[in-house]
Design a protein. Structure first.
Length: 278
């Protein structure tokens, strides 16, 4: 939360899905160019970076062999992850709620070979315009889940578009982060909010119109949402801050990252049949 304009007020209150969608689309449309200017070099135009620590898919290897795979990146932003997959032989699609974020992506990939340019689709990450079983892999790096009220609805939709045996890998801000101020210095190491308070963080106008929101689930909530979506959780990563990294990303830095987890990555797959549970 480091590039948005100052809101009229910040509250903790429930938010409907339409409210969250309107706020998210408006905020990311307005911030698309500034976000890429600030974070584009760190993310890399053709890299898949899983979180503010800087760990990449090239290093973690969570997606498996992508040659010939049908891959969907939801909450793709400018589509860096989908382009990384396309460069490894995947037939990739990058989807995002924000047309302006996708426009940045279109510009970044305009001069690439056709095989390295994922299709760009504007849509809500909880309501995908794709048939059942359309993809071998669904992924997102800090996309969709932090910004929607119903994580279960998103995960059920991702499971729907996966083929049986397909893989779903998603990262998001580590739930423990909710209890601490979102600042990179020592003041970000003192818990000031309840980890168990699931009320969304909402920035709004004086008239009560939401302009930005983030939504919290505990780690247990996330695991239960995965299971209820019909997915099998195969791994859960809490990447440590790299030993030689001294960068700052919004509220994250070496000061915080060496003591607190900033990212959770959940690796899941859709069972091949009703008898498969592991």
């Amino acid at each position: 939360m480091d590039t948005e304009p100052t809101p009229d007020r910040v509250v903790r209150r429930p938010l409907t899905h339409p409210e969250a969608v309107r706020a998210g689309r408006t905020w990311w449309d307005a911030e698309a160019e500034a976000y890429h200017a600030e974070h584009g070099e760190f993310l890399g135009d053709h890299e898949l970076t899983w979180g503010p620590e800087g760990w990449t898919e090239s290093e973690l290897g969570l997606l498996g062999d992508l040659a010939g795979a049908r891959v969907l990146e939801v909450g793709a932003g400018a589509g860096q992850g989908a382009r990384w997959c396309a460069r490894r032989g995947a037939r990739a699609v990058a989807s995002d709620l924000s047309g302006s974020m996708l426009a940045v992506g279109a510009r970044l990939q305009a001069d690439l070979p056709a095989s390295h340019r994922p299709a760009l689709v504007q849509c809500d990450g909880t309501s995908l315009p794709f048939a059942d079983g359309s993809f071998d892999v669904v992924l997102t790096a800090h996309g969709v889940l932090p910004f929607v009220p119903d994580a279960g609805a998103a995960l059920r939709e991702w499971a729907r578009v996966l083929r049986p045996g397909g893989r779903c890998v998603f990262s998001l801000p580590h739930p423990v982060r909710w209890a601490f101020p979102d600042v990179p210095g020592p003041e970000g190491l003192r818990a000031t909010h309840s980890y168990f308070d699931r009320r969304p963080y909402v920035e709004e106008t004086a008239g009560g119109t939401a302009t930005y929101s983030e939504h919290h689930r505990t780690l247990g909530d996330l695991v239960r949402a995965v299971v209820r979506a019909g997915l099998v959780l195969t791994d859960l990563l809490e990447p440590e801050w790299p030993e030689d990294a001294d960068h700052v990303w919004g509220g994250w830095s070496a000061t915080r990252g060496r003591l607190l987890p900033g990212t959770a990555i959940l690796v899941c797959r859709r069972p091949r049949g009703p008898q498969e549970t592991a």
